[in-house]
Ligand binder design. Structure first.
Ligand code: R5P
Length: 292
């Protein structure tokens, strides 16, 4: 099995190749023409090879690069192509909320699937995002990666900033054998949220090491408000942990100002990458990867 790392996910792709027993690993040549168009080139033939292509699709340029690489891999003679999209952009628009809207997640899935035999993602936005795939699609989760990291650190309580994250925080609490709670969240606009503690708080918060666990950190508004709320209850230390660290604008600095640590997995390149999803993705590839 060959592993190719697109420019949005080079380091993670290399980690995946190591997890696959040092599978041959390559980084394609990528450049931009003067008019802004992308050029990609992979080295050598891949006749009858199974290939894993890893590329997050945070920005539109990442999407074009991914599609060009898929075509290049097919042209090079690959027998089977599994596309790993650690952060799957456009996942939030997984249905038409208003008449006239596209189902953006489905558009992206269709284009990626065209040259792929299977797609692997990590912590998609919601279960309904999974239904946009027509070909075999597998979803890893960042929860075990974050749990592996937290095992080495003091943890008294896990907190989900909203009810939507209950399954995530519950699973983490099982792995770490720690209590959890979910805050009540009301979104005001894309940058602001209001948060409140639930009626029943399972432990006395004073002096405790609390980890706020989310799937995505985007503007940072959710984590900042959650940290402020917990500080008012005199917790001892606060860390924020997420699978996908987008950290838009000054989000990372704003979160650092109100927490003691920030942890993210490596689905996106960011300053908080401390846990790797490579073992979890490799596990899926080992199970599903080899050609029949
Ligand atoms: C919401 O459904 C997600 O789980 C995250 O809480 C949200 O996307 C975080 O966004 P932000 O960092 O902009 O508050």
């Amino acid at each position: 099995m060959h592993v190719i790392g697109g420019s949005a996910s080079t380091a993670l792709a290399e980690r995946i190749s190591r997890e696959l027993g040092n599978a041959p690993f390559a980084i394609p040549f990528v450049k931009r023409f003067p008019d802004g168009e992308l050029y990609v080139r992979i080295g050598g033939r891949l006749t009858n090879e199974d290939v894993v292509l890893v590329q997050s699709t945070r920005g539109d340029q990442d999407i074009i690069e991914l599609l060009l690489l898929e075509d290049a891999i097919r042209e090079a003679g690959a027998r089977r192509l599994i596309v790993v999209v650690p952060y799957f952009g456009y996942a939030r628009q997984d249905r038409s909320f208003f008449p006239g809207e596209p189902i953006s997640a489905r558009v992206l899935a269709r284009h990626i699937e065209q040259d792929a035999d299977a797609v692997v993602t990590v912590d998609l936005h919601s279960p309904s995002t999974r239904s946009v795939f027509a070909k075999p699609a597998y979803e890893a989760t960042g929860i075990p990666a974050i749990a592996r990291l937290l095992r080495e650190r003091p943890v008294d309580l896990l907190v989900s900033p909203d009810k939507g994250g209950v399954e995530r925080v519950r699973r983490m609490s099982e792995l770490l054998d720690k209590p959890w709670l979910a805050l009540e969240k009301k979104r005001i606009d894309s940058d602001h949220v209001e948060l409140a503690l639930p009626e029943h708080v399972p432990v006395d918060l004073e002096g405790k090491h609390v980890i706020i666990v989310d799937d995505v950190i985007s503007t940072g508004g959710t984590i900042v408000e959650a940290a402020k709320l917990l500080k008012r209850r005199k917790v001892g230390a606060i860390a924020a942990a997420c699978t996908h660290g987008l950290f838009l604008r000054d989000a990372f600095e704003r979160i650092k100002a109100v927490t003691d640590d920030v942890y993210s997995t490596d689905t996106l390149v960011n300053p908080a990458e401390k846990a790797s999803v490579a073992p979890d993705i490799a596990q899926i590839l080992k199970r599903e990867g080899p050609s029949p």
